[in-house]
Ligand binder design. Structure first.
Ligand SMILES: NC(=O)C1=CN([C@@H]2O[C@H](COP(=O)(O)OP(=O)(O)OC[C@H]3O[C@@H](n4cnc5c(N)ncnc54)[C@H](O)[C@@H]3O)[C@@H](O)[C@H]2O)C=CC1
Ligand SMILES: O=C(O)[C@@H]1CCC=N1
Length: 272
């Protein structure tokens, strides 16, 4: 990414995570700019990452080859329509907004090369997971630029169909929240079983970390790792049987279905 110049439109949580990842990967501060209406947000991002920030989106875009749209989905239409006159045809637009389709963006921006992607908040600690989709107008070099942008903060996987981004949103975009919910519930259950709150929290967190490390580094799948914890007629079996008798897998499938459905619904509602 030696010559890439990236402009972030919106300098909130996700933009700051991506900027941090790019800086850690060796991108120079002069290669990155950001714009945001929030004065405090601009000051924070400038101070943390040494980059130049602007209140005016057009100023950030000027001279960039990649323009990252990192505003809330509800703000996308207004932001796209406002920046349209500032964009050059060869500037790659990368959107991280949930539920905003490439077709909607092309309506608002004109015929711009677009990569739509769905990162997640572990990007903040360089452990993110992103799905990416490119429109036909995106060149091989621009695909590479988008790949390098997202892989600065974790894994970045390409999809052949844009619709699959609804499923990516359900699995990994929203996914960190499901694990946090499980951490909350396990900690609370540990307290109910008689543990001090700080001990229940530490045991839960280290178990989550240990299990994730094992699952990532092991050459067997999660089902086999689970089997190895589960002694016949033992404690794990009692817990797993209880989970399954209460419809655990169906519950997870339904929850992810709700997230994917909401992603598609947002595309309908916000894409007009
Ligand atoms: N938070 C998450 O877990 C994930 C969020 N996303 C997507 O990332 C996008 C950004 O989300 P966050 O960073 O969490 O939100 P955020 O609220 O932290 O950041 C959005 C920023 O956009 C700025 N903004 C508002 N209007 C603007 C304008 N006209 N021009 C320039 N900047 C403007 C706001 O001041 C704010 O700083 C959203 O579209 C969301 O769907 C994607 C994956 C995961
Ligand atoms: O909840 C949301 O809509 C966003 C997209 C994925 C994670 N957060």
């Amino acid at each position: 990414m030696s010559k890439t110049r990236i402009a972030f439109i919106g300098a909130g949580n996700m933009a700051a995570s991506l900027i941090g990842g790019l800086r850690a990967k060796g991108l120079e501060a002069a290669q990155i700019r950001a714009s945001d209406p929030g004065e405090e947000t601009r000051a924070r991002v400038s101070a943390e990452h040494g980059i130049e920030t602007f209140a005016d989106n057009a100023q950030a875009i000027d001279g960039a080859n990649v323009v990252v749209l990192a505003v809330k989905p509800q703000a996308m239409k207004a932001v796209c329509e406002a920046i349209r006159p500032s964009l050059k045809p060869d500037q790659l637009v990368v959107s991280i907004a949930a539920g905003i389709t490439c077709a909607s963006m092309n309506n608002w921006l004109g015929a711009q090369p677009i990569v739509r992607c769905m990162p997640n908040t572990p990007a903040l600690v360089r452990q993110g997971a992103s799905g990416l989709f490119a429109t036909a107008e995106v060149s091989a070099e621009q695909r590479q630029q988008a790949q390098e942008l997202l892989s600065a903060v974790g894994i970045a996987l390409w999809l052949n169909e844009e619709q699959q981004l609804d499923a990516v949103t359900a699995v990994s975009g929203s996914g960190p929240a499901y694990f946090f919910l499980l951490i909350e519930a396990m900690t609370a259950a540990g307290v109910k079983l008689g543990l001090p709150a700080d001990i229940a929290a530490q045991l839960t967190l280290q178990t989550a970390l240990g299990a994730a490390h094992m699952a990532v580094s092991s050459d067997v799948d999660a089902a086999e790792l689970r089997r190895r914890v589960t002694s016949p007629a033992g404690t794990t079996e009692a817990a797993i049987k209880s989970f399954q008798a209460n419809g655990f897998e169906a519950l997870v499938e339904k929850a992810l279905g709700a997230a994917a459905h909401r992603s598609a619904e947002m595309a309908e509602q916000l894409g007009q």
